[in-house]
Design a protein around this ligand. Structure first.
Ligand code: UDP
Length: 356
């Protein structure tokens, strides 16, 4: 018999491991759910995947695929096929997908084809820029989902504008939960400031990874120049994403300039510690824009738009094309580190249990 309390969660990319870190432990504590983790293999390097499972104690995925097609369409097709097999074996009561990656899209399509209820965590985010692959992934996932778990009220409003009003819940941000869970441990254990000879509040952190930025040589060169200009004021730590490193090599661009400390991607605890003591964050990452706020560090978003409009409206973030911040206020929507508990309750209320 199908057990609605059996959940399959699809992960594959770095931000999804962080979100799973927060939700999977709440599901394990809740005891009335059995969660099976499926890793698509989208991110596979030790420092983009393994480190998060090890240092955050995330349960080993029961299924760990190895999808490494070079073209996104082929990768998504292989992921769908792999996930389909896992769903046929597990017959879960629901499938959970996070965010907006190719793994999200593949999980959503596989669940919809198998007619298994789909739960989208971080539903309703919109950049209103369909040239971004992430935007397409989000829209498809939202329109296939049976339960929409939104971080913010503006995300729920985005869904309503597209006619999605049933089973929409604003639950806050799992990344806030993860920050709550990890900051103290990071303060105790991370040695990254010492290793890089950085003083608290004396440096900035930069990351770049979006295809929209890395695929365009002129744009990428402009971003490297922007980071280098900021590094004239204070050292900037730049943990470089593998895609960005590949693009820089291909275009003959050198991110290493005076004051820019280019390092391999770091684990979450080191990143948490770096963010906690940073003076500024420069990033095109959705996660980092919010984490900058969680640590109350001003952010500059290296894109021409952002989905996380509250961070701009409340003065903690600005686009790199806009010189000024707005007046600074707290952001209520992200929650107090209680998003996982709210999600567990939504799943309890929203998934039908079989009659005995
Ligand atoms: N992150 C990390 N190490 C790094 C860069 C990022 O642990 O070297 C974490 C970061 O703190 C955040 C998440 O990875 O929790 C963000 O992932 P990413 O920027 O790849 O994706 P996005 O948030 O843009 O979807």
């Amino acid at each position: 018999m199908v057990q609605p309390s059996k959940l399959v969660t699809i992960v594959g990319a770095r931000p999804q491991f962080i979100k799973a870190f927060a939700l999977s432990r709440a599901l394990a504590e809740a005891a009335d759910f059995e969660e099976i983790l499926v890793h698509t293999g989208q991110h596979f390097d030790a420092n983009m995947s393994t480190v998060f499972f090890e240092e955050l104690g995330i349960r080993r995925p029961k299924y760990h695929f190895d999808v490494q097609a070079s073209e996104p369409g082929a990768a998504v097709a292989q992921m769908i096929s792999a996930i389909e097999g896992a769903l046929q074996t597990e017959k879960p009561g629901a499938v959970i997908v996070y965010g907006d990656t190719n793994s999200t899209l593949a999980g959503a399509l596989a669940a919809a084809q198998a007619r298994i209820p789909l739960v989208h965590v971080e539903a309703g985010m919109r950049s209103f820029n369909r040239r971004m692959p992430e935007e397409v992934n989000r829209i498809v996932a939202d329109h296939l989902s049976d339960m929409h778990l939104c971080v913010t009220h503006s995300a729920a409003e985005n869904l309503a504008r597209e006619g999605i009003v049933r089973n929409v819940h604003v639950v806050g941000d799992l990344m806030q939960d993860a920050t709550h869970l990890a900051t103290e441990t990071a303060e105790r254990t991370s040695t990254i400031l010492k290793r890089l000879s950085l003083a608290q509040k004396g440096y900035g952190v930069a990351t770049v990874h979006r295809a929209g930025n890395t695929d365009d040589p002129n744009l990428l060169a402009g971003l490297f120049d922007f980071i280098a200009a900021e590094a004239q004021r204070r050292p900037i730590v730049f943990p470089i994403h593998p895609r960005t490193a590949r693009a820089a090599a291909e275009f003959g661009l050198d991110p290493c300039r005076m004051g820019v400390i280019v390092i391999e991607p770091v684990g979450y605890l080191d990143m948490c510690h770096l963010l906690h003591h940073a003076k500024i964050v420069l990033t095109d990452s959705g996660g980092l824009q919010k984490e900058a706020y969680f640590h109350r560090v001003p952010c500059v978003t290296l894109r021409d738009e952002t989905e996380w409009v509250e961070t701009i409206a409340c003065g903690w973030n600005r686009l790199w094309t806009v010189p000024d911040y707005r007046e600074r206020r707290e952001i209520a929507d992200f929650g107090q580190g209680d998003a996982a508990a709210k999600i567990v309750q939504c799943l309890r209320d929203g998934l039908q249990r079989p009659a005995n």
